[in-house]
Design a protein around this ligand. Structure first.
Ligand SMILES: Nc1ncnc2c1ncn2[C@@H]1O[C@H](COP(=O)(O)OP(=O)(O)OP(=O)(O)O)[C@@H](O)[C@H]1O
Ligand SMILES: [Mg+2]
Length: 255
């Protein structure tokens, strides 16, 4: 299912280059570049800094875990990476493009085509089959029925759910539901897979199965950023960023 991915990626990057002047001096493989990012909420008279001066880069093909205690800013950071929210201060480049310069259309395209999201609580449509759930992003992308059916089937097969495509979420186990959510995140061949506590609602054994799937997806060339507060889950990644009180405390390569 991944043959078109490098193609799409290439086209995406080529577009950026054809825009002329690069806005930063990053290496071309840099997928994400955050520079002095702040996220501040005004709570009455008080300011709450959910992120304080966060800077880091992620290259294409990395497998990164973000770890930190509850309230440290992990989800806030993921929402910024996924272009679901914007920073109060600082610059964020995705594939060399400054996100704050993007039009609403460009942002919508990035969210739909370049980023795949996986959440702790799966966020599947309860009354739709696994197949229909995975087809949804393709429906939004305007793909015709036969093609999207085939792509959704391929995505479900890649997470080993080819034999459960007609099941609704309540007819699936927790691990299977999360695999449907992962298939949905991958069906558009995004540049980045973002997962916020993907094993948070699963038992230990099922968590490990999901982590094995992430490992396989990484080996197939996907860029993965995963939030967790469990060390044994984070250790599966190849790089770990620790955040505390909205600041990066540690950024280490582990493999
Ligand atoms: N919309 C908001 N308005 C005000 N404060 C917010 C908002 N969203 C998050 N915060 C605050 O920002 C801080 C970081 O929240 P965030 O959700 O990023 O934490 P987290 O690291 O994901 O925690 P958890 O592990 O519990 O999911 C918290 O103190 C939270 O209360
Ligand atoms: Mg969170």
């Amino acid at each position: 299912m991944y043959d078109t991915k490098s193609d799409q990626m290439y086209r995406f990057m080529e577009n950026e280059e054809s825009e002329g002047q690069p806005r930063s001096n990053q290496a071309p493989r840099t997928l994400i570049s955050m520079e002095n990012i702040w996220k501040t909420y005004q709570m009455g008279v008080e300011q709450l800094h959910a992120l304080r001066d966060v800077s880091f880069q992620v290259e294409k093909g990395e497998y990164l875990a973000i770890i930190g205690p509850s309230g440290s800013g992990k989800s806030t950071l993921m929402n910024l990476i996924g272009c679901l929210d914007s920073p109060s201060k600082g610059n964020y480049w995705i594939n060399g493009n400054l996100v704050s310069d993007m039009t609403d259309d460009e942002l919508a395209r990035i969210r739909n085509k370049e980023i795949g999201f996986v959440f702790q609580t799966f966020n599947l449509l309860a009354r739709a089959t696994a197949l229909h759930n995975v087809e949804l992003p393709l429906i939004y992308a305007g793909m015709r029925a036969a093609e999207r059916h085939e792509k959704a089937m391929q995505a479900l097969e890649s997470v080993e759910l080819g034999d459960r495509v007609g099941h609704k979420p309540n007819e699936l186990s927790g691990g299977q539901r999360q695999r449907v959510a992962i298939a949905r995140a991958l069906v558009n061949h995004p540049s980045i897979l973002l997962a916020d506590e993907p094993t948070g609602a699963l038992d230990t054994k099922t968590s490990y199965e999901i982590m094995e799937l992430f490992e396989k997806l990484h080996q197939e060339g996907n860029t993965i950023i995963l939030v967790t507060h469990e060390h044994d889950i984070a250790e599966r990644a190849h790089r770990i960023i620790t955040i505390r009180d909205g600041k990066i405390e540690k950024d280490e390569k582990t493999k």
